[in-house]
Design a protein around this ligand. Structure first.
Ligand code: ZN
Ligand code: ZN
Length: 376
């Protein structure tokens, strides 16, 4: 480890000034590294530090240890405490170093001859014996695999905002994976110009084998639900590996894509079509999120997605789907198939729409008919 004076000079240059926090942080880091047996922390792959405050001393700890948020070797917990825990990842030895509150009082008493409280603290923290400055406590730290510096893992997608989540930070809430801000509230407040974040539209899958009548059912459900005041959209899964032929060869939008544009928006005063290249099939929730101002999305296909569904014909939801039975709302078939859920003749579109209202859109069952005004 380089000498104290040299480390202090280095950390102050990174931090921007030489302050009492630099003195304290440099000493904390030196003590912590020594206690866990790390002779030279910078460049070492063995060290990880948990800091409990974001203050001047935090920068000093970062400068001395070389740990950083970006390298995932510095973990920040916003406890507002002047403390840090140093971990030797090789030996699992860990110590928590806490700056003693008494040290502040001692520093104040040191003020004679100093120009300011800051100057007194700076001087006192430099000369005070270690035991008077810090409480050093051996501790045990459990570090989850996903919190280790080199962790890799599958990304999750938040079911509400559709944003990707790394390092398994998704929260399982009522069978859905949500990001932390969607699950617990985040730091952003809705802007005044914006409506409060409206929740994404509800969705229901219409699944069935080829030519089982999925499209016909959707064709009937859309006007029925629209007539009840819902803004309804649809998503259609295109099974073939052949490219979508919506923008045909020769059209301008096609030429834009041929030129290499990864996304092309075709805009008219009343319509918008977006053609977008995706590197992998886009998750359904992400697609639904791009559909604006809707209450309900009827999805044809995507049968492997864990969402409420209506099976058309003799189709059976794959048992491999988690909670397959729970997702099945109804069967629409003629002749009727009893699968232990409500079943409908596809012609009974109003009853099927009632079910979607109750189970997916959350409208109470059988609303009271509006009473004609009582005649006087
Ligand atoms: Zn400072
Ligand atoms: Zn989210």
């Amino acid at each position: 480890m380089r000498p104290f004076e040299e480390l202090l000079k280095y950390s102050s240059s990174i931090h921007g000034h030489l302050c009492a926090g630099q003195v304290l942080g440099v000493r904390m880091a030196m003590v912590g590294c020594r206690e866990v047996g790390i002779e030279e922390p910078r460049g070492s792959k063995k060290i990880l530090v948990f800091v409990e405050i974001d203050r001047c001393a935090t920068d000093a700890i970062q400068a001395v240890t070389g740990c950083s948020l970006g390298k995932r070797t510095l973990k920040f917990f916003d406890y507002g405490k002047m403390a840090a825990t140093f971990v030797n990842l090789e030996t699992q030895k860990a110590v928590r170093v806490l700056a003693r509150d008494e040290a502040r009082l001692t520093a104040a008493a040191h003020a004679n001859g100093c120009s300011s409280e800051q100057a007194a603290q700076k001087e006192a923290y430099t000369v005070m014996p270690e035991g008077a400055l810090f409480e050093i406590q051996p501790v045990q730290v459990q570090i989850a695999d996903e919190d280790m510096p080199g962790a890799r893992g599958a990304r999750q997608t938040c079911a509400r905002c559709g944003e990707g989540i790394n390092f398994r930070r998704g929260q399982e809430i009522n069978g859905e994976t949500l990001c932390i801000p969607c699950a617990r509230g985040g730091y952003l407040s809705p802007s005044r110009d914006e409506k409060p974040a409206s929740s994404p539209p509800k969705s229901v899958l219409i699944v069935g084998t080829k030519k089982s009548g999925k499209t016909t059912l959707i064709e009937k459900l859309v006007p029925e639900l629209s007539a009840r005041g819902y803004r309804v959209g649809t998503v259609k899964h295109h099974h073939s590996s052949s490219p979508l032929d919506v923008d045909r060869a020769g059209k301008d939008s096609w030429r834009h894509r041929q030129a290499g544009a990864r996304a092309v928006a075709l805009v008219s005063p009343t319509e918008l079509a977006v053609f977008q290249n995706t590197d992998e099939p886009a998750p359904l929730d992400q697609i639904i999120k791009t559909l604006n101002n809707l209450d309900l999305v009827l999805v044809e296909g995507f049968r492997a997605t864990a969402k409420p569904r209506i099976e058309v014909g003799k189709f059976t939801t794959p048992a491999s789907l988690a909670n397959a039975a729970e997702h099945l709302l109804a069967v629409a078939s003629s002749p009727i198939i009893d699968r232990g859920v409500p079943y409908y003749d596809p012609a009974e579109i109003r009853r099927l729409a009632d079910l979607i209202e109750e189970r997916v859109l959350g409208r109470p069952a059988s609303p009271l008919p509006t009473q004609p005004p009582a005649s006087k």
